[in-house]
Structures are given as C-alpha cells and as structure tokens.
Design a protein around this ligand. Structure first.
Ligand SMILES: [Zn+2]
Ligand SMILES: [Zn+2]
Length: 346
C-alpha cells in the first residue's frame, strides 16, 4: 500500500472537501515538498465565500515547506530537509508573455501542465509536487509561517518597482489590509513619505503603528482634497489602490501630482464595475494609470531573501495560525475584517 496525503478542495460556497491521495513521486525536473504552512489569500477567501465561483479548486498558493524528494535533472542548491518556498504559479517559459519578461502573467498560467484531476495551485495539502523552477531556497532563517508570506510580499515588490517609487515621493496607499501594509513597509524602505487612506479606525491605528506618516479617511472629506492638503496642493506622486473598489481608482486620478502614477494593485469587484475619467490630466499633467498582477520570478527571489534575512518583518501581519484540520475555521477567520493573514500549518 502506498502512503497517502490529504489535500483540500473548494467545492461550493463554504464547502471544503478533503481528498486522500497517494503521495506522488517526483518525475524528471520535479520536486516534492512536504507543506508546512499555507497562508490564506484573498483569492481563496473569495472562492470560500462564493464571491468568485471557481469550483472545484485545489487552493493554496502561499506555501512554505520542507524539501523531501528531488527528481532527475533538477539543478538546485537546496538540500533534502531544507526550508523552501513553493511558488506554484505556472511560468511556461516559452509563451510570448514569458519570453518578453512578463512571466507573472504567463499566457499558459491557467493551463494544466500535469495530469491533475482538480485545477489549482494545490498548496492546501500535506504535500505539493512542483516543477523545478517553482522551488525557492531560503536561508532557513525565518519560520515556515513567515516564509509562506513570500508570495504576497513578492506581488508588492513588483507593484512598488513598477510604480517607480522614488526617495521623498509623496505616496498614498489606499486600504490598510495586508497588501496595503506591505506597500507601506516597502515604500518607507524606499525613502518615501506615506499617507494611508482607510475608513476602518482599527486598521487606521495599525497603519500608524506600522509607520504611516499620515492617515486620511475618505468618508470625512473628499479624498483628493485631503491628499492635496497634505502635499502643498501638489497631489501624490504615487497612489496605490489596494482595495477592490472602482471609485478608489476614479478618485485617485484627481489626487495625482504632475507626473504622478496611479497603480491599480488589487482586482476590482464586482468585475463588471466601470469608472468615468477625465482624459485631460493624462495630457496636461502627464499622469500615468497602470497596475500590476502577481509577481515574476525575480520578485519571488527578492521576497524570499528579504524575509529569510529578516530585512522585511512580516510577523505583525500574521493574525492567526491554525492546524490544517481546522481549515474551515481558518477561512472563516480570514474573511473577518479584523484579521490580516491567517495561516494553516500541516
Ligand atoms: Zn496570494
Ligand atoms: Zn508562459
């Protein structure tokens, strides 16, 4: 009899099925990782609540674990027993996007490269089979829980890099969730002054504690007016929209400085939402409206190093750690507004 492992599958709103499967043998250019921690991202939360109906889904893409088996033709410095980060995002390497340096939005990211019965990254499981390029070595310095937050940090590294945050820039981060807070940390490290826009008083207080230079509440006074008030009337050099609300993007256009960048970091929901914009500031003030999604392989490498060397402390964003057999409870906690990241451990 072969040994088996457990894997969680989202099958309907609020419903999780636990499959018992044989532990796979890594083939050529594959590795097997024993999952130790998996953080619950907004995507899994939306599938759990039914806001995004993607069923069945083998969820879990913020994964850390122990390297247990290495297949043929895998060239890595990581040793069996090492603490590793698993990046299950598919980067085929040969589609046009990958070849043009955008492997974060690989044309084949939704296609299956393996004989899997259920689509999805499948990190909410006791084992995960990876292709060689999906494995990242750590320095073994940080905890499994911290390493599981590599993926969200990598997304934010990309966001901050693409928005070209400069020293002494006036930056506004809209939304003080985990993603907003990681933007705050990285922008502060880059030498910017950071204003956080948040309506929830508890989150606003946390943002201040995490180093925000100013906090604004867009429900009290118009957003653009407050941003201009804090920037000598100039507006913000960079505005990160880390909330799913379309109106936040619309308001940001009015709050951007000359040459300012408005960066749509979060996906907007409902997906049918539309905004109305005045095209003139794009011409007269040379503002830029852009965004980013996921991370490329370089972003992941940087994020792993930042966390494992203690250069970015993600511990304040870990709200709760629960064992895998309490996954439903963990998801229920993750969707509450008073939690940041909830992590399950195997
Ligand atoms: Zn994520
Ligand atoms: Zn590709």
């Amino acid at each position: 009899m072969t040994d088996t492992y457990k894997r969680a599958v989202f099958v309907a709103p609020g419903e999780i099925r636990i499959d018992e499967l044989p532990i796979p043998e890594p083939g050529p250019r594959q590795v097997l990782v024993k999952v130790k921690a998996c953080a619950l991202c907004t995507w899994e939360q939306r599938v759990f609540t039914g806001e995004e109906k993607f069923y069945p889904l083998a969820g879990g893409h913020e994964v850390s674990g122990e390297l247990v088996k290495v297949g043929q033709y895998v060239y890595t410095d990581a040793q069996i027993g090492d603490k590793v980060m698993a990046s299950p995002l598919i980067r085929c390497g040969y589609c046009e996007s990958c070849r043009r340096g955008m492997d974060n939005i690989c044309d084949n990211m939704r296609k299956s490269f393996r004989e899997t019965d259920v689509p999805g990254p499948a990190g909410l499981a006791e084992y995960i089979l990876l292709d060689d390029y999906q494995l990242y070595q750590t320095t073994n310095g940080a905890s499994y829980e911290e390493i599981s937050l590599t993926e969200p940090l990598a997304c934010v590294l990309r966001s901050v890099r693409k928005a070209r945050v400069q020293r002494a820039d006036n930056v506004v981060v809209v939304g003080a969730g985990v993603m907003g807070m990681l933007h705050l940390l990285l922008c502060k490290q880059a030498g910017a002054r950071v204003i956080v826009s948040e309506i929830d008083p508890t989150r606003a207080a946390f943002a201040r504690q995490m180093g925000a230079d100013a906090i604004i509440n867009p429900l009290e006074k118009p957003f653009a007016e407050q941003v201009r008030g804090l920037t000598h009337g100039r507006g913000a050099d960079v505005i990160f929209c880390a909330v799913s609300i379309a109106a936040a993007v619309e308001q940001s256009i009015d709050a951007a400085a000359k040459g300012g960048r408005i960066h749509v970091y979060a996906s907007i929901h409902p997906r049918s939402a539309r905004i109305t914009i005045d095209p003139n500031p794009f011409h007269s003030n040379e503002i830029v409206l852009t965004g980013s999604m996921s991370q490329d392989k370089d972003d992941v490498l940087q994020a792993v190093r930042l966390i494992s060397r203690g250069l970015v402390d993600v511990k304040p964003f870990i709200s709760l750690v629960l064992p895998f057999d309490r996954l439903v409870e963990a998801l229920q906690a993750a969707i509450r507004p008073d939690t940041y990241r909830v992590i399950v451990t195997m």
